[in-house]
Each structure stands twice: as C-alpha cells, then as structure tokens.
Design a protein around this ligand. Structure first.
Ligand code: IMP
Ligand code: MG
Length: 174
C-alpha cells in the first residue's frame, strides 16, 4: 500500500485550504473528469467552502490496458459555459500527459480567465505531452496504481487506499 485513507485525507486538507485561499475572490468552475475522479472529487470539494460551480467531462484514454494509448476520446463533445470564469481541472493522475493535454487544449478555446490543474497523483517520469499540475496531492514512482478512484479494467476504484497493482495481474494482460 502506498497511501492509506488517513494520509490521503491529511494531504487533502492542505490542498483544499490552498485552493480555498487561491480562489477566495474568483468565480470558480471546477471541471472534473469522470469516472476516475468521483471519489477524490467528492472528498476534495467538501473541504472547499467556496460558491463554486461543478461540471464534469467524460474521456477515455486507456481502453482497459495498463499503458496509455495516447488516443484520448471525448465522450461528451460540448464544454460548459466558462466565459469570465476561472477553471480548476480535476483529474486522478498525471501519467503520460496525453489526457490532461487534450482536455486542457479543448478548454483553452472556451475563453475562461485561467485554467489550473489539480491531480491526486503525479508520476515522476518524462511525459509524452508537456502538462504541469498546479496542485498535486502526492508524487509517485512510475508504477501502475489502483484505489481511491483509480481502476484497472474498471476494478478497484472503491478501495479506500492507493496501492501498486501486482505485476502478475498486468502481465496476464499482455
Ligand atoms: P495519461 O497517461 O496522463 O494520459 O493518463 C490518462 C489516464 O490513465 C489517467 O487519468 C488515469 O485515469 C489512467 N492512468 C494512468 N496511470 C494510471 C495508473 O497508474 N493507474 C490507474 N490508472 C492510470
Ligand atoms: Mg482508468
């Protein structure tokens, strides 16, 4: 196990306090990426006492495998109306960067004031696409992790902890 629920929530308190302070006088729209963000988003946003708006996008990029395809499919075509608002984009993990670069690119045409990125996890690695996260709960090594919303073939999202997936399970796939 990498992070248990207590450690995750302790860090969430810090990040939520930072976000609450940074967006104190700003019109904030949070845009979250489903389904992977559900658990992290619910825990984070309940700690941010601001009059924010919440919208969700659905994208797919892994197609059930343990490595990125680089091919990001938007299942929802329109972007919410964010003109004059500040966007905070929430995702589960920054890995190759393909998904967040694609979503950021799509949102960049929406005439918002600013776009920042918040992720639960960021892998220490060289990315295929350059994306920086402004708020990172934890940095991790380049390993495949599950739990707290992160899945492998749609399983393990409901685990309350984040842990490294056993290598034999990934090996069975290839
Ligand atoms: P990207 O490689 O940065 O485009 O990551 C796209 C998505 O793949 C992430 O938002 C996750 O949902 C998923 N992903 C990447 N690394 C992992 C992992 O270690 N475990 C589970 N899902 C992952
Ligand atoms: Mg996934």
């Amino acid at each position: 196990m990498l992070f248990d629920e207590t450690a995750i929530h302790r860090r969430l308190d810090q990040i939520a306090a930072q976000i609450s302070s940074d967006y104190r006088d700003r019109d904030l729209t949070v845009i979250a990426i489903l389904n992977r963000i559900l658990i992290f988003m619910a825990a984070l946003l309940r700690r941010v006492p601001l009059p924010l708006k919440l919208d969700c996008l659905t994208v797919a990029s892994y197609h059930g495998k343990a490595q990125t395809s680089g091919d990001v499919v938007f299942k929802q075509v329109s972007v919410p109306d964010v003109v004059g608002r500040h966007i905070l984009l929430l995702d589960d993990i920054l890995d190759s960067g393909h998904a967040l670069a694609a979503v950021r690119g799509k949102l960049a045409t929406a005439n918002s004031c600013t776009i920042r990125v918040c992720v639960l996890l960021s892998k220490k690695k060289e990315r295929a696409r350059y994306v920086d996260a402004d708020y990172v709960e934890f940095e991790i090594e380049d390993e495949f992790v599950v739990g707290y919303g992160l899945d492998f073939k749609e399983q393990y999202r409901n685990l309350p902890n984040v842990g490294v997936l056993r290598k034999e399970l990934i090996a069975q796939e290839s």
